[in-house]
Ligand binder design. Sequence first.
Ligand code: NAI
Ligand code: MG
Length: 478
Amino acid sequence: MSQLWEYAPAPESRDIANLKPAYKMFVDGEFVEGSGEPLKTINPGTEEVLAEVSTASPSDVDTAVKVARRAYDRVWGKMPGTERAKYIYRIARLIQERSRELAVLESLDNGKPIKESRDVDVPTAAAHFFYHAGWADKLSYAGYGPDPRPLGVAGQVIPWNFPLLMAAWKIAPALATGNTVVLKPAETTPLTALVLAEIIQQADLPPGVVNILPGAGDTGAALVGHADVDKVAFTGSTEVGKLIQSQLAGTGKKLTLELGGKAANIVFDDAPVDQAVEGIVNGIFFNQGHVCCAGSRLLLQESIAEEFLEKLRIRVSTLRVGDPLDKNTDVGAINSREQLTKIQELAAAGEAEGAERWTSACPLPDKGFYFAPTVFSGVSQAMRIAREEIFGPVLSVLTFRTPDEAVAKANNTPYGLSAGIWTDKGSRILWAAQKMRAGVVWANTFNRFDPTAPFGGYQESGFGREGGRAGLEAYLDV
Ligand code: NAI
Ligand code: MG
């Protein structure tokens, strides 16, 4: 069978990552030792320690917020947009220049396949800076009045699934609108954010405009709870999002939350089958399924379900799982042992609740955190694997008979971040998209990311939009 083809390894050189034994936090334009307990970040593909990273204590957070406030008051908040734009363009260009280094470092620290960090994460991160540089001098045309003002200091906390891209996603709009930033990367993936700090230094951004503080949840809590932060932007779990929302209630701080998801990908009987199979595979196995908008619930029209599932399994069995730095790898390493345990537990719950489990027979490396691509069929809406975010390479398949039933099942979730529709009929796309309670609806495609398009959720997926003209609002006093 075709999946037994042997591939010669095609490893990207890890020397390109320019890995250093130790990394420091970035405050006021300098790299300084934090007074928190240093953390060791590992390569989830091999479990080896990559580097030691200093972390921020609450007093370091306080210092960084003060520095960001001063940079806002004295420099960045009053700088004309035409001048701010030059810095943001420079950051974008430097990301492009150092793109190979960033891609290899990202794959080492996060476990994602090099082809994804190289072709998606890093170019999209640069695109966010390019796009927002373009807005910096045009804010008076953005629809928020003739002279929309920034908010001040933004405290931003990001997750581990797209470490550099999430940093870009947060920092670029904040800078374009004239805010200064204190950002906390996730504890398992701090490295590319600290190389971004080097780039920011190289771009000669005035000291204090962007500060990057590694640390765990306690550092994040100190940052979002700091009294002198004007705006909080968080991407991560719904659980922590709820905590932050209650922590900030009544403070007057502006908040955006981008949280979990359990997206439905609906395939109607008139869908182009081969194209849909590709889209479904991309929707759930891209980035090991560590994607908030992953298409983790496949809804198949009953009349085509069996044939579709068969094709899907054949396609999934060709996915190569393994070394994130190998250019042939389709599915890399699970980001952490904790996340692997969570995925294993939820998959076991699926079996216990009576769903039919199919797991790719692909070989897995002996060391590192890996999970073979898995498809559950015969899933009912009440099962945990249909309700909870698994955040791993696990697809739950349900069926439907009528379009109304498909929409009702798609919307039967506390989340509402994204959805996919696969059909030949334009009218059905428009009909279904209007009924879908999801911030982003893709038609005959999935997981398309573009800085010009607003992204965000409904219900427990959070609120506020990032990207596009709409995304500027979160950083403006409007
Ligand atoms: P998490 O929500 O704990 O971590 C996300 C970020 O928040 C990290 O930087 C973390 O240090 C920080 N953080 C943790 N507690 C905080 C607090 N009290 N105040 C401020 N910041 C805090 O997510 P975790 O534990 O890494 O993953 C658990 C689950 O969450 C995953 O299995 C997945 O289902 C979901 N998740 C969803 C993401 C998304 O993009 N929607 C991203 C990451 C996780
Ligand atoms: Mg790591």
